[in-house]
Design a protein around this ligand. Structure first.
Ligand code: ATP
Ligand code: MG
Length: 308
């Protein structure tokens, strides 16, 4: 079992309009509402790849059924912790040219009781999991050091912990030396203190993270692919999408592929191949943060992987 702590569940609205013009009225061409948040993306892609997965995250009374239905349809065991306040709401506006503008809600401010409930549920779920993923922003109320503390807890149980976070939460988590961190270009630039804009710089960055005690650091570089390191070496993998439709959530699907590969003890080059195929499968489809197994399998042989 893989546990995904994706605490900050969201309700995502995806809206297509002709062109975004500030201060003007817009007519919607197409719209859809999804359960969202990084944890949802990671968990549903892990399930699509065939691994048992559990998601621990917030739900509210208005959306509990909606989220539970989709998670169940996609094969994810949901451990929802109900809160009073409304969940975070996120809006993605796609213009006909393809560009996407995202507006991310602040989300609920959790009481101490709600925080305790969530952490209790997390603890229960970790007990019978062999791999744990901490993914996305923290609901307001939690301290920046939360992921660092949870990563130490998971490590203390002899289990591997994968962290996808940003800013101070990521910096503190790195101090706790989780098995894996997966920053993107911007996140790793902030972490190492200089711009990571090409594969050479990403190569340097994973080396720095290895020196800081991360067993398997991975840096995702959007269209440039990704670089990963472990004790066997450092690899770069990449694939250009046939048709780029919506790359939001590609990092989450990438992480899902990586987690499944780690669970299956795949060598690093093959793990990276699976992760990139998942990231690109997401980018080629309209839905945010979901990769279908059939698309991933079709892309796998096309990914180029080489040792740096
Ligand atoms: N435009 C693209 N072209 C090719 N591959 C892409 C593209 N966008 C994403 N990918 C693939 O998906 C992986 C993850 O993407 P990216 O680095 O953008 O993650 P991210 O910024 O963490 O995304 P998010 O946080 O929205 O999930 C990349 O390493 C790459 O393999
Ligand atoms: Mg990301």
């Amino acid at each position: 079992m893989i546990t995904v702590a994706g605490f900050n569940t969201a309700i995502d609205r995806f809206i297509q309009i002709d062109a975004l013009k500030p201060g003007q009225v817009h007519r919607v061409r197409k719209e859809k509402t999804y359960p969202g948040g990084k944890g949802v993306h990671v968990a549903q892609t892990i399930a699509a790849l065939g691994e048992p997965v559990r998601l621990v995250g917030l739900v509210d009374a208005a959306h509990e059924q909606f989220i539970a239905r989709q998670m169940s349809a996609r094969g994810v065991q949901l451990r929802g912790v109900e809160i009073n306040g409304p969940l975070r709401q996120c809006l993605a506006l796609q213009e006909s040219g393809g560009s996407i503008t995202e507006i991310l809600g602040q989300g609920p401010q959790l009481s101490q009781v709600e925080q305790d409930d969530l952490l209790r549920e997390f603890g229960r779920s970790v007990e019978n999991s062999s791999l744990v993923i901490l993914s996305g922003s923290l609901p307001r109320g939690f301290a920046d050091a939360l992921y660092a503390g949870l990563a130490e807890y998971v490590h203390g149980l002899g289990k591997r912990c994968l962290v996808d976070a940003s800013g101070e939460v990521l910096r503190k988590a790195v101090g706790a030396k989780p098995f894996l961190v997966k920053p993107n270009r911007d996140e790793v630039s902030e972490l190492v203190g200089h711009p990571v804009i090409n594969i050479e710089a990403a190569h340097m960055a994973v080396k720095v993270l290895r020196e800081r005690g991360i067993a398997m650091p991975v840096v995702t570089m959007g269209d440039l692919g990704a670089v990963a390191a472990n004790e066997t070496g450092i690899w770069h993998a990449q694939l250009a999408p046939t048709r780029l439709r919506n790359a939001v959530g590609s990092g989450d699907c990438f992480l899902a592929g990586l987690a499944v590969a780690i669970k299956r003890d795949m060598p690093l080059d093959e793990a990276l191949r699976l992760a990139v195929a998942c990231g690109v499968a997401n980018a080629e489809s309209e839905e945010t943060g979901f990769a279908e197994r059939s698309s991933v399998e079709a892309l796998l042989p096309k990914v180029t992987v080489h040792r740096l």
